[in-house]
Design a protein around this ligand. Structure first.
Ligand code: HEM
Length: 361
């Protein structure tokens, strides 16, 4: 598609698919041409999330993002490192030598527990929070049915948590979001809830997929795991290459604000655009031997975390979690094996790329 139909209108789904690196960057990054604002009807997660930054354009996007961005800078996130390591250890330390579904036991609970800790969810409520998270990102029919009730439950829960935090201020994200002001006004409950739910939707499954994709990719490339075990400095670049090679988010949506064009192809106002990050990250004109997994590429300009004003807010957190997870594994597990005779169930999605079940020993 990149060479023959780089900007391709699919009449069946009425979508404009964008495949080349430079065009994908333009579609993601040029908010004057391509909007993130679709309205509620289009958003699969419905209600509150359509009020959150990922579905907004400037100026509202800028104001809301500024409120939360401080909590996600690399410097602030780095302070979480000891806690993340503890969580990784508690999840993995009894698993040595056992056959485990690594997604159920490790790569899924890790990001959920980390974000719950950041939000300031008390330990006693952690299981309930994990269930909500599963329902919201689950994508199964059951989770779809339970979705409205979960949103109501979460609303009630966060309302109570807000009152509690008001009485006992702390450094949690819930406290800072609920007390933040935009133009002298506090966020509405729906705006705050939208943000909390966005963190679950945008941050958990993606990080889970990065880790599971990493384990699969390292196992397909003999010597990689051993090299990282011998020199932990290789871990960040190995993870960056996983982000490029098996991008956890494959595609995103935008809508054309006006009649326009992309690389000379006319685009009608209102067209739904699908910039394919997964394809851009394999564009041969940008990445030499794009279909090969190569640690230590000279310049790895992948766009797995997006481009422009919507660039992933959680990128420093995802990178830190994945780095700590791999450090813990390489320090404590001499080797591992993907059990291909057990179930290896891929995600059924054109948006995220990863596995629902992956067995490892
Ligand atoms: C946005 C990827 C982890 C929170 C995005 C976007 C991408 C992305 C591609 C851009 C969306 C767009 O342009 O419309 C990923 C990947 C992750 C990851 C690959 C893991 C490997 C996280 C984590 C969090 C997070 C851990 C937070 C806990 C967000 C938020 C946005 C976002 C809030 C919206 C930013 C905005 O609209 O300004 N992410 N993400 N992400 N991500 Fe992530």
């Amino acid at each position: 598609m990149r060479s023959e139909n780089p900007v391709y209108y699919d009449p069946e789904y009425r979508l404009v698919n964008v495949f080349r690196y430079t065009d994908v960057k333009e579609t993601l990054g040029n908010f004057n041409k391509f909007s993130s604002q679709f309205g509620k009807a289009f958003n699969p997660a419905g209600g509150p999330i359509s009020e959150s930054i990922i579905n907004l354009d400037p100026p509202k996007h800028t104001k809301l993002r500024n409120i939360v961005s401080r909590a996600f800078t690399p410097r602030t996130i780095e302070k979480m490192a000891p806690q993340i390591r503890e969580i990784a250890e508690s999840l993995l330390n009894a698993k040595k030598g056992h056959e485990v579904d690594i997604i159920k036991e490790f790569t899924s609970p890790l990001p959920i527990t980390v974000i719950a800790t950041m939000l300031g969810i008390p330990l006693k409520d952690m299981d309930m929070f994990k269930k909500w998270s599963d329902t919201i990102v689950g994508g199964s029919e059951t989770s779809f049915t339970n979705f409205p009730k979960t949103i109501e439950d979460m609303k009630g829960y966060f309302q109570k948590l807000m009152i509690e935090k008001e009485k006992n201020p702390d450094e949690s994200l819930v406290y800072s979001v609920l007390n933040a002001e935009v133009d002298g006004e506090k966020l509405t409950m729906m705006e705050s809830l939208g943000f909390f739910i966005l963190l679950l939707v945008a941050g958990n499954e993606t990080t889970t997929n990065l880790l599971s994709n990493a384990l699969l990719t390292f196992s397909e490339n003999p010597g990689t795991y051993e090299a990282m075990r011998d020199d932990s400095k290789l871990i960040p670049q190995a993870l960056e290459e996983v982000l490029r090679y098996r991008s956890p988010v494959q595609s995103i949506y935008r809508v054309a604000r006006d009649d326009t064009d992309l690389s000379g192809v006319p685009i009608r106002k209102g067209s739904i655009m699908v910039p394919w990050i997964g394809s851009a990250n394999r564009d041969e004109s940008i990445f030499e031997d794009a279909d090969k997994f190569i640690i230590g590429r000279k310049e790895n300009r992948h766009i797995a975390f997006g481009e422009g004003i919507h660039y992933c807010l959680g990128a420093p957190l995802a990178r830190l979690e994945a780095k700590i997870a791999m450090e813990y594994m390489t320090e404590n597990f001499g080797s591992y094996e993907i059990l291909r005779n057990r179930k290896m169930i891929p995600q059924e999605s054109t948006i995220v790329y990863g596995f629902k079940e992956l067995w490892v020993k």
